[in-house]
Write a protein that binds this ligand. Structure first.
Ligand code: SAM
Length: 280
């Protein structure tokens, strides 16, 4: 059956361009256009927005984003084998799809995008977390994007939205929730992808806050949480020894029991501690 964009089904695209999936590029493709449309809709209203997509592959999600009305899509793809398939999509949506053949960790995308900007991607597993951390830790806030709608392995998604005293709570949760609203909007079984990965996947939607939830210096907060969670089973008075003399008093002043462990401490308390450390 022809798709609404008049382009061939994705299985045909993959066959025509001989896109045999490469494991080292994290290639697990979504071939169901109803599903890619659902992910595109989870990103919110795309009309009037530029969208950055990392790793379009054969273009299933790209087609979803364009069909859902994105003003423009900038797609950064490392695998040159995907370029002819993406060129066919660009022809079907004149002036609305720009493709850059390159590594998303190296390409400077800002010059190619105009606000408002949303980032939507089925990320390659090997670079997904690194890209997320970069998007969450720019020098200035608010960042260049309004929202992130990203597919991760389910476990990574759970680390992003985790609450204190739960298994997945840690640095990623604090980093994400300090300056964003984060929630899981879709969970997918391995069979949703071709080839099927070993694990479940989930889409996380993050909306940036105009300013951080609680005041704190980002670098100090990052240092404290890195130290605290590197030894997450230890009491904070010992895992945070490296923060210098007087850390025990500062913990108390921040409302944290020095015998508590990192996973029991809420974001608000970590921010209070970061302010006390920075004030020294
Ligand atoms: N978006 C497609 C989909 O949903 O079917 C493909 C998703 S697949 C999980 C990840 C894609 O990212 C692949 O097309 C892969 O070639 C590409 N990729 C891997 N590493 C990349 C990098 N560093 N920069 C840009 N693209 C990359």
């Amino acid at each position: 059956m022809a798709a609404i964009d008049g382009l061939p089904p994705l299985r045909e695209v993959i066959r025509a361009h001989d896109l045999v999936a490469k494991k080292q590029l994290g290639q697990n493709f979504l071939l169901d256009l109803n599903l890619t449309a659902r992910i595109a809709r989870a990103a919110g209203d795309l009309t009037g927005c530029d969208v950055l997509e990392v790793g379009p592959g054969p273009g299933g999600l790209t087609r979803g984003l364009l069909a859902e009305g994105a003003r423009r899509v900038l797609a950064v793809e490392k695998d040159p084998r995907c370029l002819p398939a993406l060129a066919e999509i660009a022809n079907a949506y004149p002036g609305r799809l720009e493709v850059i053949n390159g590594d998303a960790l190296e390409v400077d995308v800002a010059a190619h995008l105009a606000a408002p900007i949303r980032i939507v991607a089925n990320l390659p597993y090997n670079v997904g977390t690194e890209l997320l951390v970069r998007w969450l830790t720019p020098k200035v806030w608010p960042p260049f994007w309004d929202s992130l709608t990203l597919m991760f392995q389910k476990e990574v998604a759970e680390r992003i939205v985790a609450k204190p005293r739960t298994e997945h709570y840690g640095r990623l949760a604090l980093l994400a929730q300090w300056r964003c609203e984060a929630r899981i909007v879709l969970t997918l079984p391995p069979e949703a992808f071709t080839p099927a990965p070993k694990v479940y996947s989930a889409v996380v939607h993050l909306t940036r806050l105009e300013s951080p939830r609680y005041p704190a210096d980002g670098a100090v907060l990052a240092r404290i949480t890195a130290m605290a969670f590197n030894q997450r089973r230890k009491m904070l008075r010992s895992s945070l020894k490296g923060m210098g003399a007087g850390i025990e008093e500062k913990l108390v002043a921040a409302g944290i029991a020095p015998t508590a462990r990192a996973e029991e401490i809420a974001l608000e308390q970590f921010c209070a501690l970061a302010r006390l450390v920075a004030a020294d």
